[in-house]
Design a protein around this ligand. Structure first.
Ligand code: NAD
Ligand code: MG
Length: 766
């Protein structure tokens, strides 16, 4: 007779399939048109949306045309003022209604999502749909509170939103809920592989009595998406591939459209020797085998400390072999179908390349239909394609490290910066690593935790902007536009031989790089304010960026420490106020001194938050400096504008390369004397004078400049937006003049845009 243990081990799962009947019944309403102005349109040219698990066509949906997009935008435009004018409480009630209706139809949504996407029912039912519901409830709350909590801010207007196929309903919720709460109206384009739950959601909008035109949904492929990006919308919010994100960055440059991008990742999953290894193995299951690995923040690079690597890898392989691949509707399935054969091919091709480059592939199970067995790649180097490229499939790549410092180095050895997961029972070490990784979200002893009250989003080429929580609301609100006139285009200055000095001035002007005065690399100058001013170029910007990088200690100093240094700077400015006034105006010099005290005051006060999310977790939303920022300071207030942009950036811990006014740079150059006698470490402030447009281009293209502010003419603003698409740095480009002397000159935006949010999930309890 077998023992109980033997019997348990021999037991297999019986199938426990969820019936697709309710969803198939609903699908009979097709073929589907779009949802525009509160009604479904007649279907146009249609395409099939397919169940990847079976290859069967589920329904026909309409390929959205430019005319469809235009009609949807028109409806959204018409509805927007009325929607924004509703008391927050009224908007909240609609969002509550949507949350409740969604909750009531959870099962239908979950099954429909499974059919269209191929994900396992257990995940759709327990994760996608409940999180979407939570998102609408949370943002109903923001609708209620937005006027109190974001005084003076306004919605953008009409938002174009484009979402991917990996979490179709959840991404819809992430996009719609904050936009609507803030008073925007929306045109949303779901992904072509998975449009169905969005169409079902449209029915809820009707049922909730949402005013016509507030939500519009247009189905279609990338072309439909491109038409939406080009349409008369005020903001684009995009989630998808980095490649398409880059294109959108380029085409929205100079249009005045606000932009947030949530792009790809190659997130590290770091296992330290002292970690609970069994928990970490389960963590990997959730990190890379959840949702077939089709997760932008998937922990796809497993980094394990050498001393535990072999035992960890063995346990991981054993666990992987037990994952159940199969019918997504079966409740005991762990891994369902890949969304589309095209995606399966992509996964297989990257894995093949990785193997060609020397990786060893462990992949129990075989390929059948649109399914990909879970896989682990070992024995690869940091340059292997599987360590660098997002695979977007159930494939983990594993490498080892010796020390925590090496783990950080490997973790950051990617162009992405979306998420990171850190496993250690030593919370001090884990938090130390969390502080050093370049990632918008960090999970300690956990992975893929989400909550509507936890900001989510990336750094570097994973994009910019946050979704969820108070921080996410900011992506759908804006400060009043500056009241000044559009700035005129500046002709490039005429180069003169010699690098400064000249008749009638008491000293030779130089660039300020790394805390020292430097001659411009080209050896030329130009004439401004009766002086010869150094004509900086590409090489000088590069040197300045390098010097700024070396001054990394500034970002680690305490806020109090930075405040003290900035107060001392302010005092020194006051002592030289007359000199500064002589090169600008009395009012500007007075204003600049006051502003220096103002930003010094903020240095230790613009701090993060602890968000209430899941039990037994502290969810920290930290405000981190970008690192090295570029500043194209305004032409119109050569001293006050320079100080007003420089100081908030460094108060928050950034190091900057600043290009002052081209026509009147002398007050900024005079500041070199003040900086030299203050305690600001060399390299924190670098000043390069010269042709603003060209210097701005070099900064926009520079991969080591993490964020850029451009207070310049329309042409320079547009150019920097386009040229920043390389490393996808956030660019704050503004072409209308600000009244620097007034409140516009010290708006809260200067703080918000000087930091990026890092969300750190810290667990507690046994
Ligand atoms: P994608 O970026 O092509 O598509 C995302 C969305 O953008 C879809 O709705 C698509 O129709 C739309 N789109 C495509 N081209 C567009 C354009 N030129 N202008 C406007 N919208 C456009 O992503 P994909 O083809 O679905 O997947 C390709 C790769 O992207 C995946 O293998 C994966 O690496 C990555 N991806 C990332 C995420 C994420 O959440 N970060 C999600 C899905 C895919
Ligand atoms: Mg489909």
């Amino acid at each position: 007779m077998p023992t109980v243990t033997e019997a348990l081990l021999a037991m297999d799962y019986g199938p426990a399939p969820e019936s697709p009947a309710i969803a198939l019944d609903w699908l009979k309403r097709g073929p589907f048109g779009h949802f525009i102005n509160g009604k479904f349109t007649r279907p146009g040219a249609v395409f099939d949306t397919v169940n990847p698990a079976t290859g069967a066509a589920l329904a026909q949906v309409t390929q959205g045309t430019g005319a469809d997009i235009a009609a949807a935008v028109k409806a959204a435009r018409k509805a927007q003022p009325g929607w924004a004018k509703l008391p927050g409480h009224e908007r909240a009630r609609y969002l509550y209604a949507l949350a409740r209706l969604l909750q009531k139809r959870e099962r239908l949504f979950a099954v429909l999502e499974v059919l269209d996407n191929g994900k396992p029912i257990r995940e759709a039912r327990d994760i996608d749909v409940p999180l979407a519901v939570r998102h609408f409830y949370h943002h109903a709350g923001w609708a209620e509170l937005v006027a109190d909590e974001f005084p003076g801010m306004a919605p953008h207007g009409v938002c174009g939103q484009i979402i991917p196929w990996n979490f179709p309903l959840l991404m819809l919720a992430w996009k719609l809920a904050p936009a609507l709460a803030a008073g925007n109206t929306v045109v949303l384009k779901p992904a072509e592989y998975t449009p169905l739950t969005a169409l079902l959601f449209a029915e809820l909008c009707i049922e909730a009595g949402l005013p016509r035109g507030v939500v519009n949904i247009v189905t279609g492929d990338g072309e439909t998406g491109a038409a939406l990006v080009a349409a008369e919308v005020d903001k684009i919010a995009f989630t998808g591939s980095t490649e398409v994100g880059r294109m959108i960055r380029q085409v929205t440059a100079g249009t005045g459209k606000a932009l947030t991008l949530e792009l790809g990742g190659k997130s590290p999953f770091i296992v330290l020797a002292g970690a609970d290894l069994d928990a970490a193995v389960e963590g990997v299951v959730d990190a890379i085998w959840f949702n077939q690995g089709e997760v932008c923040c998937a922990g796809s690079r497993i980094l394990v400390q050498e001393s535990v690597a072999s035992v960890f890898t063995d346990r991981l392989k054993a666990r992987m072999a037990r994952l159940r691949l199969g019918d997504p509707l079966d409740k005991s399935t762990d891994i369902g179908a890949v969304v589309h054969p095209v995606q399966l091919e992509r996964i297989q091709s990257i894995v093949a390349q990785a193997v060609e480059q020397g990786a060893e592939l462990h992949q129990p199970g075989s390929f059948d239909g649109c399914f990909c067995p879970p896989a682990l790649l070992t024995g690869l180097g940091a340059a292997n394609v599987a360590m660098q490229e997002e695979i977007f499939g159930p494939v983990a790549a594993l490498m080892t490290f010796r020390t925590p410092a090496e783990a950080v180095e490997l973790a950051n050895n990617t162009r992405y910066g979306l998420a990171a997961s850190i496993w250690s029972e030593n919370i001090t070490v884990a938090l130390d690593i969390a502080a050093q990784v370049k990632a918008g979200v960090v999970w300690i002893n956990g992975t893929n935790l989400f909550d509507a009250n936890a900001p989510f989003g990336g750094m570097r080429e994973s994009g910019f902007g946050r979704e969820g929580a108070r921080e996410g609301m900011l992506a759908y609100l804006r400060d009043p536009a500056p009241g000044g006139k559009a700035r005129a285009t500046l002709p490039a200055p005429v180069a003169l031989p010699g690098e400064g000095g000249g008749a009638g001035i008491d000293r030779t002007h130089k660039l300020y790089i790394g805390g020292a005065q430097k001659r411009p690399d080209g050896g030329y100058s130009y004439s401004a304010q009766g002086s010869q001013i150094p004509l900086g170029g590409r090489k000088d910007i590069r040197n300045a960026v390098e010097a700024a990088h070396k001054a990394a200690g500034w970002g680690k100093a305490t806020g109090h420490n930075r405040a003290q240094v900035l107060y001392f700077l302010a005092e020194n400015m006051a002592a030289r106020q007359a000199d500064l006034a002589a090169l600008s105006s009395k009012a500007e010099a007075e204003g600049a001194v006051a502003r220096a005290f103002y930003w010094a005051a903020w240095a230790d006060k613009y701090d993060g938050k602890v968000h209430a999310t899941q039990s037994a977790h502290l969810t920290l939303a930290l405000k981190e400096p970008f690192g090295v920022m570029g500043l194209i300071c305004p032409e119109e207030a050569p001293l006050l504008g320079f100080i007003s942009t420089l100081l908030p950036a460094i108060a928050m811990g950034n190091r900057v390369v600043a290009v002052p006014s081209q026509g009147a740079p002398r007050a900024a150059l005079e500041m070199v004397q003040v900086l030299d006698t203050s305690d600001i470490p060399g390299g924190v402030v670098n000043i390069v004078t010269g042709p603003r447009h060209d210097l701005a281009r070099t900064m926009a293209q520079h991969d080591d400049v993490a964020a850029l502010w451009v207070f310049a003419d329309a042409e320079t603003c547009a150019m920097t937006g386009r040229e920043s698409a390389g490393n996808l740095k956030p660019v704050w480009a503004e072409n209308s003049a600000r009244n620097w002397a007034g409140t516009e000159g010290q708006a809260r935006d200067f703080l918000r845009r000087a930091v990026q949010v890092k969300t750190v999930w810290v667990p507690y309890g046994a």
